[in-house]
Design a protein around this ligand. Structure first.
Ligand SMILES: NC(=O)c1ccc[n+]([C@@H]2O[C@H](COP(=O)([O-])OP(=O)(O)OC[C@H]3O[C@@H](n4cnc5c(N)ncnc54)[C@H](OP(=O)(O)O)[C@@H]3O)[C@@H](O)[C@H]2O)c1
Length: 303
C-alpha cells in the first residue's frame, strides 16, 4: 500500500509516522517539507491537488488542519482555505486517481447542546469559524466523489504539540493556584491511539465511505482531567484547582462539549460500527479508555 501522509508535524501526524509504515510505503509531507519527504502547502489547494494526482498513492491520510480555534475567528479565510478548500482539492484529486481519502474532523461541528453523546448523524451546528470550516471540509469531501473515511475526534493530546494537558502541566509549574473549567465535558483522546486506530482501519480496509466518531471511551469534565495534576509533583506547590465556568474566560467560542453533551460514543461504539471490518478494534478500545485525572498526566509523562 502506498500512503501519502499530509500534516506530518502535528500531534496526530507525528504519531502516524510511527504507525503507518507497517502498512507499506509512506511518503510524509509537511507544510515546508522540513524533516519530511516533501512539502505540501494547504494554503495552495490547486498545487495540493496536482501533487496528489502526480504521486497517485493508494491512500491519502490528511492530518493537516488549521487548529487555532480562537484565532480562526479573526482569520476566517485562512481557516476555510486549510480546512475546507484544501480538503476539497484532495477529494477531487482522490476521485481522479481512485485513492482513499482518510480525513480527521472535530466535535466542534456540533454546538454542545445535546444531553447525550453525539452520534454521527446528529445535525451539525458549528458555533464558530473553526467548526464551520471543518464542517465545510467534511461536506466538500462527501460531495467530491472520492472514496473517503472521515474520523471525527476530540480533545486530542500528546507528549508533543499544543494541547490542554501540556498547558496545565506548564501552568501548574508556574502558578500557586489554578482556575479550571468545570462545566465542559469531553473525551480526552491520545493522538497515539488515533494513529493506531487509523492504521488498523486502513489495514482492514474501508469498503464504504462514511463518517465515524473516534474518541477515547467515556468522558469527563475538563476540571477532573486537570485536577489530575493536583498534588502530584508536577513542579508546583499548587494550592489546588478551583472550579470555574468556561464563560468566566470570556471565550468567544463555547466548547461544544459543554452542557453535558459528551462528544462521541467512544471507542467501543466506533469498534461496533467498524465490525466486522475491524474486529480487533474493540479489544484495542478496551485498553484505551479515556484517561482522566492522574492517569492522563502519568501517561503523558511516560511518553
Ligand atoms: N487538537 C484537538 O484537540 C483536535 C480535536 C478534534 C479534532 N482534531 C482534528 O484532528 C486533526 C489533527 O489535529 P492535531 O491535533 O494533530 O493538529 P495540530 O497538532 O495542530 O497539527 C496540525 C498540522 O497541520 C499543519 N498545517 C496547518 N496549516 C497548514 C498549511 N497551510 N499547510 C500545511 N500544513 C499545515 C500544521 O503544520 P505546522 O506544524 O507547520 O504548523 C500541523 O503540523 C485535525 O484535522 C484536527 O482538526 C483535533
Amino acid at each position: 500500500m502506498r500512503v501519502l501522509l499530509l500534516g506530518g508535524n502535528g500531534q496526530v501526524g507525528r504519531e502516524l509516522r510511527r504507525t503507518l509504515p507497517a502498512l507499506g510505503e509512506v511518503t510524509v509531507a509537511t507544510r515546508d517539507g522540513a524533516g519530511a519527504d516533501m512539502a505540501a502547502d494547504f494554503d495552495a489547494p490547486p498545487a495540493l491537488q496536482a501533487l496528489v494526482q502526480r504521486l497517485a498513492p493508494d491512500v491519502v491520510v490528511n492530518a493537516a488542519a488549521y487548529t487555532a480555534v480562537d484565532r480562526a475567528e479573526s482569520e476566517p479565510e485562512a481557516a476555510f482555505r486549510v480546512n475546507a478548500e484544501a480538503p476539497a482539492a484532495l477529494a477531487r484529486a482522490c476521485a481522479v486517481t481512485g485513492a482513499l481519502l482518510l480525513h480527521y474532523s472535530t466535535d466542534y461541528v456540533f454546538d454542545g447542546g445535546n444531553a447525550r453523546p453525539y452520534r454521527e448523524d446528529d445535525p451539525a451546528a458549528p458555533l464558530g469559524v473553526y467548526g464551520a470550516s471543518k464542517w465545510a471540509g467534511e461536506e466538500a469531501i462527501r460531495a467530491g466523489g472520492a472514496r473517503h473515511a472521515i474520523l471525527r475526534t476530540a480533545w486530542v493530546y500528546a507528549a508533543h504539540g499544543r494541547n490542554f494537558l501540556r498547558t496545565m502541566l506548564q501552568l501548574a509549574a508556574e502558578r500557586e493556584e489554578l482556575r479550571v473549567v468545570a462545566d465542559q465535558i469531553g473525551a480526552p483522546t491520545p493522538a497515539a491511539w488515533i494513529a493506531e486506530a487509523t492504521a488498523h482501519i486502513l489495514r482492514r480496509g474501508v469498503p464504504a465511505s462514511g463518517t465515524w466518531h473516534l474518541t477515547a471511551a467515556g468522558g469527563d469534565q475538563l476540571a477532573r482531567v486537570r485536577r489530575g495534576d493536583h498534588g502530584r509533583g508536577a513542579g508546583s506547590g499548587s494550592a489546588g484547582a478551583l472550579p470555574a465556568r468556561a464563560a468566566d474566560y470570556q471565550r468567544r467560542l463555547p466548547n461544544p462539549g459543554a452542557a453535558a453533551g459528551v462528544f462521541g460514543a467512544g471507542h467501543r461504539e466506533a469498534a461496533r460500527r467498524f465490525r466486522p471490518r475491524a474486529p480487533g478494534l474493540a479489544r484495542r478500545a478496551a485498553r484505551h479508555r479515556a484517561r482522566t485525572g492522574p492517569g492522563a498526566l502519568k501517561a503523558l509523562r511516560r511518553a
